[in-house]
Design a protein around this ligand. Sequence first.
Ligand SMILES: *Cc1c(COP(=O)(O)O)cnc(C)c1O
Length: 404
Amino acid sequence: MLDLQKIREDFPILTREVNGKPLVYFDNAATSQTPQVVIDAIVDYYSNYNANIHRGVHTLSQEATDAYEMARKKVQKHFNATHTHEIILTSGTTHSINIIATGFTSLLSEGDEIIVSALEHHSNIVPWQMLCERTGAILKVIPMNEDGELVMDVYDQLLSNSTKLVFTNHISNALGTINPIEEIIEKAHNVGAAVLIDGAQACPHVKPDVQALDVDFYVASAHKLCGPTGVGMLYGKEEWLNKLPPYQGGGEMIEQVTFEKTTYAGLPHKFEAGTPNICGGIAFGVALDYMNSIGFDNIAAYENELLEYGTQKLLEIEGLKIYGTSKNKTSVISFNLDNIHPYDVGTIVDKLGIAVRTGHHCAQPIMDFYKIPGTVRASFSFYNTKEEIDALVESVKKAKMMLS
Ligand SMILES: *Cc1c(COP(=O)(O)O)cnc(C)c1O
């Protein structure tokens, strides 16, 4: 099992205090904390080999290029992509999704259909609405049930020969539901549709194998995986990435430029215009190494324990309701105290040093489904402890006393 004390020592921020209390960080679904090895990699880059990549013959530029391309290889290996050039390094999940949504503009016609799920993050709704506006394609939604699960019977009915694309997250950030993506992908492929999976919330908990999934596109952000902000990945099957046009024009993404005609660089550079987040990419690779050294099986088993413990303890509080009760979920607990606004709970809990998120979690349609303004969301990571959950439970009891 995990050596919690040692793991916690890897994260310098976990020793700080907030409002005179030890920090309890339960906002991991929004962003994860950063281990010292990743911080060291960032300092090392700027201290020793900061240079622009791919275009210099000088030593620093070559060192930076090698480190950046090594990071791409680490991402490829982690996700088990067939080719290194199927990994595009982006600024994050949102950027990755927009590359695909924009690219499909030329591939869709009026009346084509795109299916998304009711559990989506706004970053996985808005780009498709914009794509539909540009092309006349129609957006269809797989509905959810009270437990926060997708209603798969309706998915079956929505699929047809008009379906060109299916988009869903792997794990819901608002509720923690693990979606049946294997089934979603297989059924989409049966009608000839491509599938993009938003893995931003899944990658901190599981290690996806894009070949086994046979998924067309898979996207994630480094900052939810112990890496820095402003960097992420887009995996695309080679044939798809070759078919899609570039997203941005600029340096790095060209083969030859004249004023008459420009030819584009091959993969992955075709989708990487301009100077990328070099340091961030390198640190992303280090973060993946760190997570793998702990092991995703160990992480999942321990987080499951935290989820069960937290669920049981929180439900002992009278009037507390948990949203997202699928049997298949990760360590996210979204809840409300009856008649008390989530924001008020979050404020009192923060006074006691505990960081939770309150609001709609970039997933307003889910809140509309439950007819609530938002929830309090506690999301646990492998560096959290049961003692911290006890502190949360005490703070929520206190909030309830003060507010009701
Ligand atoms: C966080 C998150 C995003 C957005 O990620 P960014 O890093 O902000 O681009 C998208 N989808 C899900 C499910 C998320 O959890």
